[in-house]
Design a protein around this ligand. Structure first.
Ligand code: PGA
Length: 251
């Protein structure tokens, strides 16, 4: 049984006071929700403010990125162990915005995933094709490269601490969601890739989230599909009621 995950990616929004207020508003709306792993990802400087609020609740803390070294002369970077120290259990890795604007590649994503797992974090590993790639019929090739590259050298046992997030780049922040059928088709393909590279049991156990304009109105349809195990939510995670509406998709 795969426990669904609903993760909010707050991106570059919410200073400490706003982040604390957002999560304080969220807590009462999701406190009775069972059977869903709830994760929020504030900016680094708001982690401690959110950590204080969620202590003892059913909400988990994630960062949006990390570096692969444990320490050293790497000005501006954050080590996975430091995220654990800051109260994080999860970290988002390889988000398309990181790939697009900050030069992240399958290779650097792979190093980050390995470092995150070594530190004991759950890695939310993002993959997804651009509109250009989809229109050129390259979706499956791109995803195969991203999965194989991102997970190179990672064992089946380690994969228990990886969550894959499929986020078609053309659906992020655009209001254009992949249809339930489009998303299911890709999720099944990704699960098949894992079965091929690892084994059936590993493929059956891994959670694959969908991301890209997920809202309370479309989450139910997506979650009704057999290979969609949750959502990585950007815009709609910035308001307590809309994020709670997604978390509570089963109610
Ligand atoms: P969106 O973002 O929900 O605003 O489309 C999703 C994401 O980037 O993770």
């Amino acid at each position: 049984m795969r426990i669904p995950v609903i993760a909010g990616n707050w991106k570059l929004f919410k200073n400490q006071a706003d982040a604390a207020a957002l999560v304080a508003g969220l807590i009462p709306l999701v406190k009775d929700t069972v059977g869903v792993e709830i994760v929020v990802s504030p900016v680094f400087t708001s982690l401690s403010a959110v950590r204080e609020k969620i202590c003892g609740t059913n909400i988990k803390l994630s960062a949006q990125n990390c570096y692969w070294e444990e320490e050293g002369a790497f000005t501006g970077e954050i080590a996975p162990g430091m995220l654990v120290d800051a109260g994080c259990s999860h970290v988002i890795i390889g988000h398309s915005e990181r790939r697009q604007y900050f030069g992240e590649t399958n290779e650097t994503v792979n190093k980050k995933i390995k470092a995150a797992l070594k530190a004991g974090l759950v890695a939310i590993f993002c993959i997804g094709e651009t509109l250009e790639q989809r229109e050129a019929d390259k979706t499956f090739d791109v995803l195969r490269d991203q999965v194989n590259g991102g997970l190179a050298g990672i064992t089946a046992a380690d994969l228990a601490k990886v969550i894959i997030a499929y986020e078609p780049v053309w659906a992020i922040g655009t209001g254009k969601t992949a249809s339930d059928d489009q998303a299911q088709e890709v999720h099944a393909f990704i699960r098949g890739l894992i079965a091929g590279e690892y084994d059936q049991a590993t493929a059956a156990a891994i959670r694959i989230l969908y991301g890209g304009s997920v809202k309370p109105e479309n989450v139910k349809g997506l979650m009704s599909r057999p290979d969609i195990d949750g959502a990585l939510v950007g815009g709609a995670s910035l308001k307590a009621d809309s994020f709670a509406g997604i978390v509570n998709f089963g109610k």
